[in-house]
Every structure is written in C-alpha cells, then in structure tokens.
Write a new protein. Structure first.
Length: 330
C-alpha cells in the first residue's frame, strides 16, 4: 500500500495541546495570586454588610467585615487591597470634606486594615472626591458648575496627606485631573511620606461599564464625567497621559476599564519600565455574573479567561472583585 506523505502537514501545533499537563507546561501566560488586588468598599454607619444588587457577591463592608476580608485576601495570597470609603449621606458636601477628615470613613478603614495586616498586604486607597461630594463629581466645582482642575488639586494634596498619615502604602488618584500625580507626589514628599507610592490612573476612560460601581459607593452624580475622563475613541491620548504621569513621578500606572481597552493596556505595557495595573471594573464583573446566573456561560472558566486576557495584554497587577476567590483557586 502506498502513502503520499507530502499531503499531510509537517508542522502540527496541536501536538502541544494534547493533554492538560502539556498545555500547562507550554502556557505562555500564568496567573498568580500575587498578580491580584482586591477592591473593597467600607460604608460608614452600618452594622451588617450591605449587598450590592448589581454586583452579586460584593458588599459594602462594615469596619469589622472589612478587616475579615483583608485577612482572607492575605491568606489567599492576594497582594493588595484597594479601599473605597462610603460616608453617611449627611456628611457629603460640595468640597468633599469627609475625604480629608482624619476621622473620615476611608482614613478609619485604612487604620483598621493596617492594624489587622500590617505590611503583609499592600494597602491602597482611592484618592478621589466623588464618594464624598454631594454633587458626585471627582473634584470641586466652579461658579459655572464645571470641575475646577486646580482647586481640586489642592484638595487632592490634602487627601494624600491624611491617607498617608493613616498608614496607606499606595495612593490611587483616580480623578483624572491634569497634574494630579505631581501635586500628590510633592504633598507626600513634603510631609515626610516619601515611601508612599503613587498608582496613577493613567488611562481612565469615561465608560458605561462603571454603572454598578455608582451603587457600590452611593454616588450622588448627576450627568457624566466626560470633561475629565478620557474619550473611548482615543488611543494616542492615553500615551500622552502616560508620559505626563511618569514625568510627574508615578511609581505604577493603570488602565481602567480593562476588557474594552486591552489594546491600550498592551500599548502602555510595551512603552514603560514601571509596573502596569489594569482594573477589571464593576460592569465587567456584573456581565459575567449575570450571564452565568442565566446559564449562558460557564462562570469559572469565564472568570479565568477574562483575567488571563488582561494578564496576556501586559498587566502586572489586576484589580478584580474576584481576587480572593481566584487566588484560592490558583
């Protein structure tokens, strides 16, 4: 019997996919618990955690349950926790003064977590006014109702100091004000907090996927943030923001959201020699959970696939609400 061997392929990539062990051995991208950071919300004035309806499995923590969540994240191998404070509604005002009150909920939460885990878990804090203002914007407003960039920078400098005084390891300025990284870096250095790092929200886009987050932080926002967050149509603009943040002293940079902006993430990762983070935001979480609840997708596989995609695109660190769960699986 004759065989025409030339009709068969000489190269067979499928040989490297034959078994789970083979696929594991040749995997180009690996998730590790240390890649993950857990975003967590702590709400003032509650005695039991409050579920977030649009984010099944995520809650607004009490001070006690936040401590527990931080310990669980640490034990699972998660590297960091990013804290968001939710003040009582009556404490919101136009200047967001609860955000710079040393006894405000976010500063109290930083101290709580620091007392619980010390330096074993990297404690990060959201440095922004939106949770604390009665208008819901990320800065103070001028007479025409627009966010006043430079007046807001003064407030951010105060926030940086009180958060650092509370014991935070990393501040995350998320407001997308021009010059925010430089002002915050100067404020930290001038108040004896040279070791506190700045995670710059370098490319933060005005996204529809923030919807569930607004519930999570009890946002008072009316309207949108398109005058200061980036336009989804723009890519080169993110590289300009990157250059500015690095020049101003950013220790780490971030792209937010993750999934709709993997191309931006890849460009940023290729361009820099500092650690790169990506934030898998509330809407990304909610989509997977909702589809899985309807039986449309395999939840666990979808979670791992989305996170692997973010890591493959170049993220060194991923902020994800699944951090502790995934770290345990890994």
């Amino acid at each position: 019997m004759s065989t025409t061997y030339g009709t068969f392929p000489g190269s067979r990539p499928r040989r490297l996919r034959t078994t789970p062990a083979m696929r594991r051995m040749v995997a180009e991208t690996r998730l590790h618990p240390a890649d993950l950071i857990l975003p967590a919300f702590v709400r003032e004035g509650i005695s039991t955690p409050v579920p977030i309806s649009a984010m099944p499995g995520v809650v607004q923590h009490t001070r006690d349950t936040l401590r527990k969540a931080a310990v669980e994240a640490l034990e699972a191998g998660v590297s960091g926790i990013m804290l968001f404070g939710v003040p009582e509604e009556a404490k919101k005002d136009a200047a967001g003064t609860a955000g710079t009150d040393p006894d405000g909920i976010l500063q109290v939460a930083i101290r709580d977590v620091k007392a619980e885990v010390g330096d074993e878990l990297v404690i990060m804090s959201d440095l922004c006014l939106d949770e604390f203002t009665d208008h819901g914007h990320c800065g103070v407003l001028d007479a025409d109702g627009r966010v006043d960039n430079d007046a807001t920078l003064e407030r951010y400098a105060e926030m940086a100091q009180v958060q650092a005084d509370a014991g935070v390891h990393v501040v995350g300025p998320s407001g997308m004000m021009d010059g925010q990284v430089g002002v915050i870096r100067d404020a930290l250095d001038q108040t004896g907090h040279e070791d506190v790092s700045v995670l710059a929200y370098t490319a933060k886009y005005a996204s529809a996927f923030y919807g569930p987050f607004r519930e999570a932080v009890g946002s008072s926002l009316q309207g949108d943030r398109k005058t200061y967050q980036q336009d989804a149509a723009n890519s080169r603009e993110s590289m300009r923001e990157l250059a500015l943040d690095l020049a101003e002293g950013a220790d780490m940079v971030m792209v937010k959201p993750a999934m709709p902006y993997l191309d931006i993430l890849a460009k940023v990762a290729e361009a820099v020699d500092v650690p790169v983070a990506a934030y898998q935001i509330s809407g990304e979480y909610a989509m997977v959970e909702a589809a899985a609840a309807n039986g449309w997708i395999d939840r666990d596989r979808a979670i791992m696939e989305t996170l692997t995609g973010v890591k493959r695109a170049g993220a060194n660190m991923i902020l994800t609400y699944w951090a502790t769960e995934v770290a345990r699986q890994l």
